[in-house]
Design a protein around this ligand. Structure first.
Ligand code: PDD
Length: 287
């Protein structure tokens, strides 16, 4: 089946889809995005994703390409037309196309909207979750507004590549004080030996993950003690469990950090429980 991509009002075959060479997303990374999980044909937590998108756009003064109901429709339509049951839908908005100039173009510049979807084999992610992943720490050399979901992802790509070369599947950024900020494409968590779940509080150094916020709701509902507090790599080594969260992996156990095993090196029991229960808390929008 031919893949279909949405670009600025049109549903196009994959090979024909493209944006202009002077699009500001291409030239300045002047652009934001969202990645939403698709499970059983439903969009997961789309309301929270669109709320975060609205915030990223507003903070960067990029015009909204369309209202939320229309955006939901486009997301659903791309999922439907590509017959995705399990996978991801990717949405990107740029400030639009304009002759190259650092300052913002005039108000008549229309934002670019691209939506792409792809299938992911759930069995592959499940197999990964059974073993857990290894993480490598790297200095956090990103900019000061990591709370905005921009496509300025070169430091994250370098960090992931660095991790891959070291045999790890994710990188954890570490700030100047030695505290973990977040993963290259996920939020970082540990379960301390006293049972408290820890994740860094929201500030400009991390992205407010949608999975993170839904999981915090679930953790509170389950009555598990939780604290939004930063932790170090040494704290992770001393922890009972560790995991990361993202739309693409939901709750993914971390079993190795910088070549050292966490506890017995197997996915933790609470982590596995949170992974199993995650979708009972998440919003599901049928497509
Ligand atoms: N990444 N932190 C960073 C830096 C991220 O890139 C992501 C998501 C997250 C988790 O956010 P959420 O739970 O809303 O997916 C945290 C997506 C999946 C990506 O870039 O592919």
């Amino acid at each position: 089946m031919a893949r279909i991509v949405y670009v600025n009002g049109r549903y196009l075959p994959y090979a024909e889809a493209g944006v202009h060479v002077e699009d500001r997303g291409f030239q300045f990374a002047d652009s934001v995005y969202e990645v939403c999980e698709v499970k059983g044909g439903a969009l997961i937590d789309v309301t929270r994703h669109l709320a975060r998108l609205a915030r990223s756009l507003e903070e960067l003064r990029i015009e909204r390409p369309m209202a939320d109901p229309a955006l939901r429709h486009v997301l659903s339509e791309v999922v439907r037309r590509n017959r995705i049951r399990d996978g991801l839908v990717y949405l990107q908005v740029t400030r639009g196309r304009a002759p190259r100039d650092f300052v913002f173009p005039g108000p008549d510049t229309e934002p670019t909207l691209v939506v792409v979807a792809r299938s992911i084999d759930p069995a592959k992610i499940a197999a990964k979750a059974r073993h857990g992943i290894a993480v490598k720490s790297v200095p956090d050399n990103r900019w000061g507004r990591c709370d905005l979901k921009t496509v300025m992802l070169l430091p994250a790509a370098l960090a992931k590549e660095n991790a891959r070369a070291a045999g790890a599947q994710e990188a954890w950024f570490v700030d100047e004080k030695g505290f973990v900020t977040e993963g290259a494409s996920s939020n970082a968590w540990i379960v301390r030996s006293d049972g408290f779940v820890l994740t860094r509080p929201l500030d400009a150094r991390i992205l407010g993950g949608v999975t993170r916020s839904t999981l915090l709701d679930l953790i509170k509902q389950l009555g598990v003690p939780v604290e939004q507090r930063a932790f170090t790599i040494a704290d992770a080594w001393a922890a009972k469990e560790a995991f990361v969260t993202s739309a693409s992996a939901t709750v993914m156990p971390v079993t190795v950090v910088d070549d050292r095993r966490i506890a017995d090196g197997r996915p933790g029991t609470l982590t596995v429980r949170l992974r199993e229960k995650f979708h009972s808390m998440a919003e599901k929008l049928p497509t």
